[in-house]
Ligand binder design. Structure first.
Ligand code: FES
Length: 603
């Protein structure tokens, strides 16, 4: 038996299968139906499904509906990592089903709530199985006989039948065929025994010494339409002759069954009106803000830089990430630290982050380097975006300095997978500092290395890189603050528009002006506090036990953000975008304040 990675393991056992068809496991395709980079459409219990296999082997079973306009996703395309709606190009991630890109809003990350309905998938006996409404305990497969057939089986031709599944099941109990070795005998002369189990019939045919068993599982498509998925419990030496015999017998069966008079069965399958809520053992995305992950891999990828791969605990799909996203890592020592996700598209079974040991570590990077081992469990936030990637520009320029490569990697991979043009400039002091070499090799000659340059030479190299602004081009830069400051001024001098240059800072080197004194009204707490010169809003909130999380406490990570209801913030962070600053609706409480008398916050 093989399973899609992270799929739940169906237990064996003999507990009674649920009688509700919607709680049973049903075959919905054969494994050969899921050809790489294709999309397969089927139905189950009056619900349309789309199936696609990602390049990592995972089988996705989703509701066949784009969350934009309800168009069938089965007419879309499978790029091996994402399923793309043909109508407006919305992209959905392998495993989680979360939307990763909306072309009409190229500068924004899609809302995390844009999440397709996913169903668990298990590959077994050459079939893809799923269930629409799993009960807490994963039920055993409905067909114990299939389990007994060990590895030697032969999948027969699938048979669509224009009849309700109840009628097909009843007709199958009377179906006749001959065993291999007696294929020239009239099936009417075969001795048949039948065992009906819910949505499957096991038939055994005996002719003289020859004996053969087959299981016919019925997939209820919709009222009045079914598919029979037969499996022979042996692999005969002449499979062609056996396949032909069964094809002929089943064609007769379909014709006779469809010609039957049948009253509408009282137990008609019905579609669920409400979205299916999958239990934690399914492939559904966990919705809570915090997720437990296991350290699945830890390796040194450059001088003082480790890569950590964080996999979900209990096989739960991880919340969908977008290129440029970062995570809050909640460390066992109580610290919260932010790290960029460096994933390639379709990596939805892990988050890969890069961590540089900081010389002046305050306990974050040093702890991860020295005290975290494979198998440890950590807690992470949902991915957050402060650095969304536009994918509708003619040319993208990535400029990374040192560990600043991390947020840019996932962005470059996203463009690479969409065959969009980019150049990747990477500044490091020494060849041993070059991190994620495999990824850079993968990008090929669009990567330009700048090694061992002095600050003066770095500025000269940046001038050369930014010399000719490209119409519609976009720059993403991440690295040490002096380098980013240089990029900001060189790009402005060269004529790059403000909104064409995006930065991600790891630290804030702004000289913070904490000389103002003002009051902060907390609307939800009905409290007014005074922030004196030299204090931060964050410190005053803490002193009064107002809960607010923080991390860098220097205006670089965005963790301590609060919503401004009234008043004009004096921004001193490097996290908020120019638009967010101008809107004045958010403030980073660890560094920013107001130059007026009063601020009203939504706390
Ligand atoms: Fe990082 Fe305030 S704690 S920006």
């Amino acid at each position: 038996m093989t399973e899609s990675p992270a799929s739940p393991t169906p237990p064996g056992g003999s507990s009674t299968p649920p009688t509700d068809p919607d709680q049973r496991w049903h075959p919905v395709a054969t494994t050969v139906d899921l050809v790489p980079r294709t999309v397969y459409r089927t139905s189950l219990l009056n619900r349309e499904l789309v199936l696609w296999r990602a390049d990592d082997g995972f089988v996705n079973v989703w509701e066949n509906r784009c969350l934009h306009r309800g168009v069938r996703l089965s007419i879309g395309s499978n790029d091996g990592a994402e399923l793309i709606c043909r109508y407006h190009g919305w992209r959905y991630s392998n495993r989680s089903g979360g939307c990763t890109y909306v072309p009409a809003h190229p500068a924004d990350s899609p809302a995390r709530t844009i999440q397709n309905t996913t169903y668990p998938a298990v590959e077994h006996l050459g079939l893809i199985w799923t269930t629409g409404n799993p009960i807490d305990e994963m039920p055993p497969f409905a067909v114990p006989e299939l389990e007994a057939m060990a590895g030697e089986i032969l999948g027969l031709r699938n048979l669509p039948v224009a009849a309700p599944w109840q009628v097909v099941i009843a007709a199958l109990a009377e179906h006749r065929f001959c065993p291999p070795g007696a294929l020239d005998v009239d099936p009417a002369e075969a001795e048949m025994s039948a065992n009906t189990d819910g949505l499957a019939v096991t038939l055994t045919s005996s002719v003289g010494d020859h004996r053969s068993s087959a299981v016919f599982v019925v997939q209820p498509l919709e009222p009045g339409r079914s598919v029979v998925r037969p499996v022979l419990g042996e692999r005969p030496p002449d499979p062609i002759g056996v396949l032909r015999h069964h094809a002929t017998a089943l064609a007769r069966f379909a014709k006779a069954t469809e010609a039957r008079e049948w009253a509408t069965p009282t137990e008609q399958p019905v579609a669920l009106e409400n979205p299916v809520v999958l239990p934690s053992t399914s492939t559904a995305t966990r919705r809570s803000a915090l997720t437990e992950v296991t350290v699945a891999a830890k390796r040194l990828v450059a001088n003082h830089i480790i890569a950590l791969e964080l996999s979900p605990v209990d096989g739960v799909a991880l919340p969908t990430w977008q290129p440029g996203d970062h995570l809050d890592l909640h460390l066992p020592n109580g610290l919260i630290r932010q790290y960029s996700i460096t994933n390639r598209p379709g990596w939805s079974d892990r988050y890969r982050i890069g961590v540089k040991r900081e010389a002046a570590s305050r306990g974050g990077s040093a702890f991860l380097h020295d005290s975290i081992a494979v198998g440890d469990v950590l807690t992470v936030s949902e991915p957050r975006s402060g650095f969304p990637l536009r994918r509708n520009v003619p040319q993208t320029l990535f400029i990374a300095g040192g560990i600043g490569i991390t947020p840019l990697l996932s962005m470059a991979h996203a463009l690479s997978s969409m065959r969009l043009a980019f150049t990747f400039h990477y500044f490091t002091a020494d060849p041993a500092d070059i991190a994620f070499v495999d990824d850079l090799d993968y990008f090929g000659d669009v990567v330009k290395q700048h090694l061992g340059l002095s600050p003066h030479e770095t500025v000269a190299a940046l001038r050369e890189v930014l010399d000719r602004p490209e119409a519609g081009g976009q720059i993403y830069a991440c690295g040490p603050p002096p380098m980013l400051d240089a990029i900001r001024s060189i790009a402005a001098d060269a004529g790059w528009p403000d909104d064409a240059v995006r930065f991600e800072y790891f630290e804030n080197t702004t000289q913070i002006d904490a000389s103002s004194s003002f009051t902060v009204e907390l609307a939800r707490s009905a409290t007014t506090l005074t922030v004196s010169a030299g204090q931060t809003i964050l410190q005053v909130l803490r002193e009064h036990d107002i809960p607010i999380v923080s991390s860098c406490e220097q205006g670089a990570c965005g963790t301590c953000v609060a919503t401004v209801i009234d008043g004009e913030p004096h921004h001193q962070d490097v996290y908020l975008s120019a638009e967010e600053r101008a809107a004045g609706k958010l403030i980073l409480t660890c560094v920013s304040r107001t130059l007026a008398d009063r601020l009203v916050l939504d706390l």
